[in-house]
Structures are given as C-alpha cells and as structure tokens.
Design a protein around this ligand. Structure first.
Ligand SMILES: Nc1ncnc2c1ncn2[C@@H]1O[C@H](COP(=O)(O)OP(=O)(O)OP(=O)(O)O)[C@@H](O)[C@H]1O
Ligand SMILES: [Mg+2]
Length: 264
C-alpha cells in the first residue's frame, strides 16, 4: 500500500523542501521506493537532487498539469535521481504561469491526483513539495494526498499562518478529499533553548496532540549546504546532526504507519 504525502505550509522558508528531500531520501536509503513531486515554481526540490533544468521525456510537472484534458500517465514525467529508489517529477520556471493557465481547465484541482493514480502503487511513498501559497498548485497537492505533513518553524507568526492552512485542509476535506489525514506536524530549525520556541511548540502540541512528531529537526548548516551539491544530507554528510534528525524522522514515520496498519 502506497502513501501519498503533501508537504505543505503557505509560510515561506519553514523547511518544506528540506523536509521533503531529506525525509524521502532517508526512506529510500531504508529500502523504500519513493517518488518526489516538485510542484513549486522555485524548483528547489529539483535542484536539491541535482536535476535543475532537466526534464523527463514528456517534460516537467508543468506539462503534466496544464494540458487541455487531465493526463493519466505519470511515467513519461519521471526522472531517476543519484539516490537508489528515489525518483522525481521535476519542476521548472514555466510552472510560475500554471496557476493562471489552469484556471479555465476541466478538473483543475484534481490534475495531480489523476496523474498519480497511474504510478502510486509503484512506490511505497510519494512526497509532494508545495510552494509557499495556498493557490491551485498546493490545492492539487492536498487533493492528491492521503495525508499532509506540516513543517513548522516555531516562532510567533507560525501560529497565525497555521489557522489559514487548517481552514484550507478543512475545505479540501469538505469537498474533494474527505479522507485527507494529518501525517504529522514537524518542528524545523528547532531550538528548544529559546522560550519562544518552547511556548509556540506547547500551543501547537495542545492543538495537534499526538500528530506532532516526537522527532524535531535542529538548525544544522549541513542541511543548508547539501542542496547546493545536489544531494540529500544523508549522502552529503551522513554523520551530521541534520542527517541523523531526518533518519530519526523516517523511523518515526515508519513506526506510525506500522501502528496504523495494526489498528485498521
Ligand atoms: N534545519 C535546518 N537547519 C539549517 N538550515 C535549514 C534547515 N531547514 C531548512 N534550512 C534552510 O532554510 C532555508 C529554507 O528552507 P526550505 O527551502 O526547506 O524551506 P521551504 O519551506 O521549502 O521554503 P519555500 O517556502 O521558499 O519553498 C533554506 O536555505 C534551507 O537550506
Ligand atoms: Mg520550498
């Protein structure tokens, strides 16, 4: 059984791409087959696996989402990465125009879900990295997903943005994807020594309860450096605190999946 996870938070720079890349790579190294989908016009995920500027045989995610009719075969949009078992549907700058180009299209919110149906069972996990907005691209990610993973940078404005994201999740559940689950809330660039981080983390835990991951991601320069070398941190510096944190997160994700499977 495959699981499609959208990584979303409309606040910029909270660690969505870093989390998508490094959680996915840690799962791939642990033997899982993983597909990455980059639906952010910034294409940071595509760069992060060293495939900046590259398109698959049928193009990029832009071409996959903006045809007159919804496309049903994702295979011609998939590239291999240097990491075994880790593959990617790349993005490029064209995607900037997609939000507008998609407006008149039929089933515009369901394009990604339709596309993924053809390949999701080839993978254990599919991770979708979304842009810092709640527009049509993020909506496509949330409609295509079984669950949403929310990276959160624990500072004052984190809570403000969370209300908008929660509203969007509720609307998606009400309309196009009633079973959308919360995969988890992840504290990124987390410094437990600051009072503010402690306080915000406390409030988030009060609301999301056991949905908050036990694992937290510390600030670690290696996590910032790895993408410029086009590789996940587990390959760039496997002994770094950043790599260890994402390996721990991957373990926690697998434990949760096993616990859910046991109860259902
Ligand atoms: N735990 C961390 N330690 C140090 N640097 C980090 C960490 N997590 C992310 N960064 C850095 O912070 C910046 C923002 O991270 P990232 O690109 O993952 O956020 P994002 O939410 O995807 O941003 P955007 O909203 O623009 O897509 C990047 O330069 C990244 O390398
Ligand atoms: Mg990003």
């Amino acid at each position: 059984m495959s699981r499609v996870v959208a990584v979303a938070n409309q606040k910029g720079g909270v660690g969505k791409t870093t989390t998508t890349l490094n959680l996915a790579a840690s799962l791939a190294v642990a033997g899982r087959r993983v597909l990455l989908i980059d639906v952010d016009p910034q294409s940071n995920l595509t760069s992060g696996v060293g495939l900046k500027g590259q398109a698959a045989t049928a193009g990029t995610v832009y071409n996959a989402l903006t045809q007159a009719e919804p496309l049903e075969d994702a295979r011609p949009f998939i590239l291999k990465t240097r990491t075994e078992r880790l593959e990617l549907v790349p993005a490029d700058r064209n995607l900037t125009g997609a939000e507008i180009e998609m407006v008149p299209l039929d089933r515009r919110e369901e394009r990604l879900r339709v596309l993924l149906a053809s390949v999701r069972d080839d993978y254990d996990y599919v991770f979708i990295d979304s842009p810092p907005s709640l527009g049509l691209l993020t909506l496509n990610a949330l409609v295509a997903a079984d669950a949403v993973l929310i990276p959160l940078h624990c500072e004052y404005y984190a809570l403000e943005g969370l209300a908008d994201l929660w509203g969007t999740i509720r609307r998606v559940r009400g309309a196009l994807n009633p079973n959308l689950d919360i995969e988890g809330v992840l504290f990124t660039m987390f410094d437990e020594r600051t009072n503010l981080a402690q306080q915000v983390a406390g409030e988030v835990r009060a609301f999301f309860k056991e949905k908050v991951f036990r694992t937290t991601i510390p600030r670690n320069v290696r996590l910032g450096e790895a993408p410029s070398h086009g590789m996940p941190v587990i390959e760039y510096d496997p002994k770094s605190r950043g790599a260890e944190a994402y390996v721990a997160l991957a373990k926690e994700v697998l434990e949760r999946a096993a616990a859910n499977a046991a109860t259902s």
